[in-house]
Ligand binder design. Sequence first.
Ligand code: CP
Length: 309
Amino acid sequence: MENRSLVTIAEHSKEKILYMIEMAKQFEARPNRRLLEGKVVATLFFEPSTRTRLSFETAANRLGARVIGFSDPKATSSSKGETLKDTIKMVSNYADIIVMRHHLEGAARYASEVTTVPIVNAGDGANQHPSQTMLDLYSIYKTQGTLENLNIFLVGDLKYGRTVHSLLMAMRHFNPTFHFIAPDELRMPEEYKIYCRDHGIKYVEHTDFTEETIADADILYMTRVQRERFTDLMEYERVKNVYILRNKMLEHTRPNLCILHPLPRVNEIAYDVDDNPKAYYFQQAQNGLYAREAILCDVLGITLDEVKA
Ligand code: CP
């Protein structure tokens, strides 16, 4: 049987991405649908989360499914030494789909290989965060009216930020121009720059983050410096406040500019930006509910026609 796991967004074609956006749009119009009645969704969070876990669980509830799972691995038998493989095999006995966040890169792929129950990658280390990307794409589409030919500025921790890694892979279908703004220590990893070159994605690298640098941006995607991924905390201290977006920097930006952030924010967006109409990060998080309803349905074999019915 086909394994419908969502491990990386790179597996989605352009048609599939647009199909998922249409499905999310349907759920935004009508979020409460009992399309997954009788299903059990397991949410296994080996790493902290607010938005991803709660929006997946809300999505499951609004679709009529039941939810089991954990948000603190210390309260599970993994703290007694149970392997990830055994945990996944056990939970596969109970649930129809497993949504998993794990600190190890590749953990979601591995989990998808040890079970026939579909796995949704809710973030694996610094690697990928495909459900975040679906809500990012939906947010970009809603605010710009298109995904095509956009100038997308990614700012901050491009080394450890899994959301920016997933986003650039998904955007390969839509002729973007990326601007990577990061200090030397947190530059976009070479493997993703190779990916861009191999897929004809244009990119420019910057270390300056000024009003002038962002003047042509359609999307300004801010990221948090990910303290938990640093092995050298002195290095974290050096870079943690390197870029802060302030309201006055937005005066001469494009009228269509949309400011995104996967959240949580620490201090990379000043609070005076929140009231600027270009700030979209809280609506972006809300879009996560609709995008994740679409993902749960799609992975469990519910079609767009069924969602529209
Ligand atoms: N954007 C995101 O993944 O947020 P959480 O870590 O709160 O789930």
